[in-house]
Every structure is written in structure tokens, then in C-alpha cells.
Write a protein that binds this ligand. Sequence first.
Ligand code: TEU
Ligand code: CA
Length: 585
Amino acid sequence: MSDAWWKEAVIYQIYPSSFLDTNRDGWGDIRGITSKLDYLANLDVDIIWVSPMYKSPQADMGYDISDYKAIDPIYGTNEDIDTLVSELKRRGMKLMMDLVVNHTSEEHAWFLESRSSSSNPKRDWYIWRDPKRDADGKPQPPNNWSQILGSANSAWTYDEKTDQYYLSLFTPEQPDLNWENPHVRAAVHDVMRFWLDKGACGYRMDVINLISKDQRFPDAPPSLGPDRKYHPGSKYYVNGPRMHEFLQEIKHDVLEKYGAVTVGEMPGVSDVDEIMRTVKRGTGELSMIFIFDIVDIDNVPGETRMTLQDFSVKDLRRIVSKWQKVMIEKDGWNSVFVENHDNPRSVSRYTDDSDQYRTYGATLLALMQTTLNGTLYVYQGEELGMRNFPKSWDPLKDYKDIESINFWKKSLDLYADDPQELARQRKVLEKKARDHARTPMQWNAGPNAGFADEGVEPWMRVNDDYREVNAEKQVSDTSDGLSVWQFWQRGLANRKMHKDVFTYGGFEEVGADSEEVFAYVRTGKESGKWLVVLNFSGKEVEWEMPKSIQVQGWMAGNYTKGKPDKSLKGSVALHPWEGVLGKMI
Ligand code: TEU
Ligand code: CA
């Protein structure tokens, strides 16, 4: 019945700066991670994926790496990683590292050499182009592409010394590597071997579908409007011309030799054939990828991530059902996730984070995720139903993310005389900022939520609700219901017990005309048929069970610790954000 160990694994993402500080500098560290392994084992986590801990000037929180083979002193040492790996091993757990090789930091030795002169042997390790000239002869970027983390700016950064521009898709501090150069690819393979040799089980691969650029570097269509100078050039670098070739090389030169597990972060691609080339059993390059459809659900198409659009349960149902079916029919493999460090908190975004409904909203999402095929990812704090921080937080002081800062500066600049539009932009910031996922982990009701000692100032402000929402309270909860943490723990155990159905089973949507409910039937070789009914609305709903479905008993739900007391046929009454799991005949 087992297919591959990593398909059944629960992967927990740690954002190291915000996990646990053990040396009173206000930053989380590796020792903090090691000290919490029992907490994670208790939840039923198999792999931890830790966001970048390498040496970095932290322009983009470690996604700008200046030395791939050294741990940044704020997080600890390479020896701390050895200890972490052996402590994980003792518990039957594994470490997944974050591989960020679309770009380096501008402070990486390779880039320092590259920019030192036009004739340096490493010049061609990055993407250098001559300027265009305006009427006054002043240098202008080679094309109109905008920066991903600051759309008001060019994706090209001018270098005075050599009078050329280098490509820096995310920020000027993150120059893009030139993957056309075979020496660059060999250097990346070498970095990959380094951490696998140290005992990592594999990699989460940052924007790995951006590594191959259309070498003509054409102008992008003006999708942000005629008044804007720069526009997303995504169609010329998302899943670019040589991406599969580069990934095949990695597969053969590195991954296969180690049996490494990989998850490719692949924003901006939803095409089935393109995705199957990457993740089809046998011929695919990677174990699985992160498909962005769910986390992009509220973006305005063609614009940047920092936009807002309404969505409904129909959209969620369409996306989830599509990928469940595609992966089964075409023999691929997917990841299941609704949170990471680049998105607001799921309970705030997809359900209701009010005091009244937060627990139900968070457990509804847990019920959905623990009953879908794929490798399951839980982001730190998601298991507690941590929510977005309050609207009242100061954009200039409490937000730390470069994307948020650039976005807010741009808004202040563009809409200085338009208070209404500025208010609209402020709402986008409040709802979509990546900062929401990056507040310190809420361990207990003590000072700094237990993230750092009393008297220490955390690098980022702790969410105001930590006395109510914290791990200590939820792990030991003895009230009538289950806490979010306890619900996750039970759900993960149940998922593993019935992996034939919840990880590998058949999937069929039911009652797909509902305005509120997302329901599906899962079928397993040994565990039979199960029905999942999720009320994605804040209303009391009467859900009409299709005649073809025969429920034998309701086994679990998010409103009660025991078995839900509900009608077995006809109309099933559901509370706001209620989800139930039934065993079918
Ligand atoms: O993110 C890449 C990415 O495209 C998004 O998730 C990104 O947050 C969004 O498009 C911005 O609007 C990865 C990392 O996860 C992210 O933290 C880094 O900032 C980025 O790559 C650059 O390394
Ligand atoms: Ca620390």
C-alpha cells in the first residue's frame, strides 16, 4: 500500500527568525528549533523544512544568500546543524533545507567578483546587459520588467563602475544567476551535495521555475496600466525555455544519487502539461511542487500579489478538485498547503478569525487538508490557528518585509493626493502582507509569548492575541471541544492510519452546486469510502446530501470531540464553518 515514504510525510515549515530565541538577541535560532523537536514529534511531524539559515545580509530575510555553505551567525553554526540532524534522526525525523539558487545576495563572493570588472571570469555568472539611452544619453534599463518585490521599480540595477545593468528580479540586493553558464549550474550542484552530505533529506527549491530566462529579454506587456513604467515580465521567465533541461540535469547529477526529496516552488504556472512534465512519476524532475492557485486566489490576474479580489467557495472547490483529479489521473504528485511565510494567515484569509469562529475556521481548514491526497505541509503557527495581526499596526514601524515596505512607499507616493485610493491600498497591505505569517511563534502566555526571554526585544512584534492563542494552552486544553492543535494532532494521526484513502485514495466532488459547502468522497483500497463535508461560510446551512451517498456514521467533526450527531441522510444541518467526516456504507 505504501508508495513512497515522503508522500506520507507531514512536513512542518519553520521560519527560523520567528521560531524560538535561545540566546536573547531577539532572533530565533537553530538551538531553539532543536529544543522543540519533541513538540513537533508530538504533533506527528516527519520532516522539518527550515527557511534559509545561511549567511545573509537579510535584505529579504535570508532569501538573499551570501554564503551557501555557512550558517548565519544569527542562527548559529554549521555544528548546530549537525546536532539538529542527529536529534531529528533520534526521533525518526528529517531535515529539508531551502535552496535559493535563482539568485544570490549582492554580497555573495561570486557577485562581488562578477561586478568587479567586465572582464572578470565570473562576469558571466550573472545577467549583465548594456543600458538603453534616453534622449539625454542617460542610461535606462534594458527592458521594462518590474521588480517582483517592488513593482514600481525596474528589475534591472545599474552598475556605475562598468556602465551596465544586472538583472535582479526580486530586489537589487538579489542579483539573478545566469543559468545559461554551465559553471553556474555545476556550482549549484556542488552546493546541493554539500547539505545532502551533511544529512539533509532534500530541498524546498525557491522559485525554481524562474531559472531560465528568454534570452531575447523582450519588453513585457503593460499589464499594470499605461501610466506605469515597469510591468511583470513573467511570461519571459516563468517556466522559461531551458527550465526542464536544467532540472533534468539536477535530477541526474544530484537528486537520484541521494534519493533526495524535493519540492519546487513554482509561482505563476497552472498549466497541466507543464506541471506534469515536472512531477510525473518516473519521468518528472521533482518529487512535487507548490502550485500557487490557492494562495493566489485573491490576486487580480495579471497584476502583482499585492492586490485584492473577492473569491468564493466555488473557486476553492474548483482549484482543489482540479488538482486532486489531475494528479490521480496523470500519475503525478502534489503538495497540500494553504500557508507559508509569503502569505497571510489562512484562518484570517479563507475563513473567519473572530474570537467566536477562529477555532472552527482553523479546524475546518485542517479537516480539509488532512483528507486530501498529496504531501501535507503545515506552516509554523498554523497548527494553533494563529491569525493576522491587527489592522492598527503601523505600516512604517511594525511591518518588516521588504515587499510590504516597497508597496507602502509606492502607494504613499502614487496616491498622496487621493485619500480614497490610498485607503484601498492600505486595505491590501492589511490583508495581504507577508508579515502576518512572520510574527514570533506563540508558545505561551508569558513575556514575548515565550518566543524570547523577558526584557528581550523580538526582531518583529508579537501578535497582540498571544495570551489567548498559544501552544501551551492548546496542547493541554481540557475543555469540551478540541483545540486547534489537538484537532491537527488527531487529524494527522487519522490521516496516517487511513493513508490508503486520505493520502492515496480516489477523489470525487459531490454537491458541487452549493454556494457554501465543499464536499467530496474519498475512496481507499482498504478503508472504504469516506465523505468530507465542509461548510465554508459563516451561515447555518442545510446541506442536501445527494441520494447516491449513504453515510453509515459521522466519525469526526470540528464542533465536538466525539462523534457528530447529525442526520445520516436528506438534509444535514451545519453550523458556521463546520466540517464533518462520515464513514460511508
Ligand atoms: O517567493 C517567491 C514568490 O514568487 C512569492 O511567493 C513571493 O512572495 C511573491 O510573489 C511576492 O509577491 C520566494 C520566497 O518564498 C520568498 O520569501 C522570497 O522573497 C522570494 O522567493 C525571493 O527569494
Ligand atoms: Ca537568537
